[in-house]
Design a protein around this ligand. Structure first.
Ligand code: GDP
Ligand code: CA
Length: 319
């Protein structure tokens, strides 16, 4: 059916994409990946969502949905000797990817170029485009400890990985920002990919911190609005809960109902159709109140067959 563009975060997106590349020729798939979670650890540029997509499509991802299956952590353990913080887990074989990415960036390659090299090395047929070659950092403003007397303290900014991994997503969220997004440019092939795609899929990713940073880049929201009837989203929220991860807490903090209808409200201006779970059939009218067509299907993916069926269903809705 021509090319398919997919906006993607990490684990939820990757689980869906492994089905999409079975439903259509993988060479027809262009993935625009979130880089708002990127950070630097031990001097290495880490791109968690890009790597989760790469390793998953390569069939090499670890059991947690990140890192490499069967990896060991001897280097990280050795690092503890030097008093370095090692709460961000980087496996020994995974480190090769980070060493390679970092050295290529230092040589002057762009993140788009390096990502193309890495995905080629892993045998991916789909294209993976970082959303931007410029630095965009998702910042979680954590609500300050309440002062004695009325009101709370000043919010404390935390890098996404600090809040999510080090603090296990426990500190209460006052707000979310995408530092650098307004000045960043989308990756060089991103806007053309959105303009030329026959279908655009918003993967079942965290709408706030996985899809949100991509939409915050200049031109992306407009490009999607112009293609609204070709845009289909898959709800990451089923029966008022996330399948995994902190989407529920981040939506609630933004004053958005934690439901497929809440997801529809976030995407309403740029997405014509939202796929919701069978178990949410009673919420169709609430989704459509936002001007978004609702389609009902089993959207919980237990395996790649489920993901493939879901991808076929999503494509049927926009072709
Ligand atoms: P992260 O960057 O690793 O957090 O990955 P994403 O943002 O891509 O994925 C997290 C989202 O995927 C969460 O909001 C989950 O609810 C959602 N998710 C995970 N598995 C499934 C699934 O099988 N079906 C659906 N519909 N959503 C899922
Ligand atoms: Ca992520």
């Amino acid at each position: 059916m021509g090319t398919i563009a997919a906006l993607a975060g990490g684990v939820g997106a990757a689980r869906f994409l492994r089905g999409l590349v079975r439903a259509v020729p993988a060479t027809d798939v262009v993935v625009v990946g979130n880089t708002g979670d990127d950070d630097v650890f031990h001097g290495l540029h880490v791109s968690p969502d890009l790597d989760t997509v790469t390793y998953t499509l390569a069939g090499a991802v670890g059991a947690m949905g990140w890192g490499l299956a069967g990896d060991t952590f001897r280097t990280l353990e050795a690092y503890e000797r030097y008093g370095e913080a090692t709460w961000f887990r980087l496996g020994d074989a995974d480190l090769a990817t980070h060493l390679y990415r970092t050295s290529r960036l230092r040589e002057g390659a762009t993140l788009t170029e390096v990502t193309a090299e890495i995905t080629l090395a892993w045998g991916l047929k789909a294209r993976l485009l970082p959303m931007s070659d410029d630095r965009v950092a998702t910042v979680i403003d954590v609500a300050g400890a309440p002062n004695s007397g009325s009101g709370g303290g000043e919010p404390v900014p935390m890098a996404m990985q600090e809040w999510f991994v080090r603090e296990r997503a426990r500190p209460p969220v006052a707000g979310v920002r995408f530092e650098g997004a307004a000045e960043a440019r989308p990756g060089p092939a991103v806007l053309d990919a959105l303009r030329e795609a026959d279908a655009i899929i918003l993967c079942p990713s965290n709408p706030v911190i996985s899809i949100g940073p991509i939409l915050a880049l200049p031109g992306v929201r407009d490009a999607l609005r112009a293609r609204r009837e070709q845009v289909v989203a898959i709800s990451p929220i089923i029966r008022g809960a996330t399948v995994k991860g902190p989407a529920d807490r981040l939506m609630a903090a933004a004053g958005i109902e934690v439901s497929c209808a809440g997801v529809a409200s976030i995407y309403a201006d740029l997405c014509g159709t939202l796929l919701v779970d069978d178990s949410d059939a009673d919420r169709v009218a609430d989704v459509e109140r936002h001007g978004v067509r609702a389609a009902v299907a089993p959207i919980l993916m237990r395996d790649a067959d489920d993901a493939e069926a879901l991808a076929r269903r999503a494509l049927d809705l926009v072709s």
